[in-house]
Design a protein around this ligand. Structure first.
Ligand SMILES: Cc1cc2nc3c(=O)[nH]c(=O)nc-3n(C[C@H](O)[C@H](O)[C@H](O)COP(=O)(O)OP(=O)(O)OC[C@H]3O[C@@H](n4cnc5c(N)ncnc54)[C@H](O)[C@@H]3O)c2cc1C
Length: 479
């Protein structure tokens, strides 16, 4: 079955080998320091002695610092989902330790974490080199697809994606209540459509795999599929309905998170790139920015696909994140008579109807570094894939085209927690699930910053799983 997971494993793949959700175009497998502490800092809050040693290398963490890939987990091969963890607790000792925190990157991941930490009483600063929320978080489609998107090899990720999906309705409500801004959360569910008998066989295969994982999915006949979405092409073969896979308007989400952060007292510095992480006494102590230096107890690296571009961090402790290009477009429907209500996945592209009438069509998956070009092939693939499923789109005007960069890790799962350097934490690598994973990432990472402990749910995503043999959890080179 030509899945995205297979495409990554097999190296270069052609457009025709794409996953049902996203087109792959040329997809390759897809302590000790001093000196810096004396700089002039923007926030002279100082390092509290109580935090020396925080976010470092505890014995429990060392246990998880071995280098392994989620897909080589024997549990995956056995095809079992991991035990579901549903509780993310804020540590008991949180009230004693409120570390001042600098977050590098104001995407949804950095903003949501900053919001949670500010709510807990921490002093938080967020830096973005551009406008907040305008990285991958702006480019996304906003699908919250924990069920229909699960492919073989991603079972370990499922516990995280399902937990975040569970958190989403309350997260959306809380964010809207805090800001008065809508986030466009919609709960009509997702339809995965098979256009012919071959597609139906492939769909049946992934449906059975996903059902074995305990996911709530319903097989629909062609008639039932068209009853739900009358604009599907008449000859559609079958469909799967995923009642739990919803959507949010990711751009509204980013706006709301910015407002929530400001409302909670977060200092947000836009158009202010972080150049370097600063170290003092063997631990991260702040950042050097375009406008000067700033210090804090904890620095969190959440710069998405650009996370390796920050200087100062020893290479062995940089998260192995890379940009995975996605071309996208939006068509304009009449909001009073939208062509679709559900998120619809056709074999070669997906469509996400927004309440304002925009129909988001995505998305290519390309290993081309930070190449921002929109290509004829990319646009053609998206439009043709959408048109084959919903022919009526040919009448719609094109409202927008864009390119974004998913922050991909080596195993397509996020990196959450310790970097291996005291005082420096990582929250990146969310690849194609960063919008879905926003609530759970904010919960897990804020708990980690407050307690210096990774919860059970976060442990499989410890960034140190990628550490080269011989690289300890503790940085020695940070000077
Ligand atoms: C085409 C496409 C479609 C997607 N569709 C979905 C989807 O349907 N559902 C889903 O769940 N996910 C989707 N994703 C994935 C999701 O968008 C990402 O995983 C998520 O947005 C990552 O958020 P982030 O905050 O880590 O990164 P970003 O949003 O990229 O934020 C990183 C920020 O760091 C800033 N930065 C970089 N360097 C510096 C520096 N030196 N100093 C300061 N700031 C810096 C950047 O300016 C940026 O604002 C999609 C992504 C793409 C590209």
């Amino acid at each position: 079955m030509p899945t995205r997971a297979n495409a990554h494993r097999q190296g270069r793949v052609s457009l025709s080998l794409c996953t049902k959700t996203e087109q792959s175009v040329n997809g390759a497998a897809a302590c000790r320091g001093k000196g810096r502490g004396e700089r002039n800092f923007l926030h002279p809050c100082g390092l509290r002695p109580t935090f020396v040693g925080r976010l470092g290398c505890c014995p429990a963490a060392r246990e998880t610092a071995r280098s392994w890939r989620l897909r080589s987990d024997p549990l995956n091969l056995a095809g079992h989902a991991r035990r579901r963890e549903s509780v993310i607790t804020t540590p008991n000792d949180a009230s004693q330790h409120l570390p001042s925190t600098i977050v590098i990157g104001a995407g949804v991941i950095g903003l949501a974490l900053a919001w949670r930490l500010a709510q807990a009483g921490c002093r938080v600063s967020v830096y973005d080199r551009g406008e907040a929320g305008h990285g991958a978080s702006w480019a996304a489609a906003g699908m919250l697809a924990a069920a229909a998107e699960t492919e073989p090899g991603e079972e370990a990720l499922l516990s995280l994606t399902r937990e975040s999906q569970r958190l989403w309705p309350e997260f959306a409500r809380e964010l809207e209540a805090a800001t008065g801004l809508p986030v466009g959360y919609r709960d009509e569910g997702t339809l995965v459509v098979a256009l012919n008998r071959d597609d139906a066989e492939t769909l049946r295969h992934s449906y059975e795999f996903q059902r074995r994982l305990g996911l709530d999915l319903q097989w629909l006949s062609a008639f039932e599929a068209r009853r739900r979405e009358p604009h599907l092409k008449p000859g559609v073969a079958a469909a799967v309905f995923s009642p739990a896979d919803h959507q949010v308007d990711n751009r509204c989400l980013a706006h709301a998170l910015v407002a929530a952060c400001r409302g909670a007292g977060v200092a947000l510095y836009e158009h202010c790139a972080v150049r370097e992480v600063l170290f003092a006494g063997g631990r991260a102590a702040g950042v050097a920015t375009e406008r000067g230096d700033a210090r804090a107890d904890i620095v969190v690296l959440a710069a998405g696909a650009w996370s390796r571009e920050i200087a100062g961090i020893p290479p062995a402790h940089l998260p192995p994140v890379r940009p995975i290009k996605g071309q996208m477009l939006a068509l304009q429907m009449d909001p009073r008579a939208p062509l679709l209500r559900h998120v619809v996945w056709a074999p070669r592209s997906y469509m996400v109807p927004r309440s304002d009438g925009r129909l988001i069509v995505g998305g290519t998956v390309e290993e081309r570094g930070f190449d921002t070009a929109l290509t004829a092939g990319g646009m053609l693939a998206l439009l043709e894939g959408a048109w084959r499923a919903v022919p009526a789109i040919e009448e719609l005007p094109i409202a927008e085209t864009w390119v974004g960069f998913r922050p991909g890790s080596r195993d397509d799962a996020p990196m959450l927690g310790p970097s291996g350097i005291d005082g420096l934490a990582v929250a990146t690598g969310h690849h194609r699930n960063g919008i879905l994973l926003t609530p759970v990432t904010a919960a897990l990472m804020s708990a980690y910053v407050l307690s210096d402990r990774l919860s059970q749910l976060a442990r499989p995503f410890d960034p140190r799983r990628f550490a080269a043999p011989g690289v300890s959890g503790q940085a020695e080179a940070a000077q």
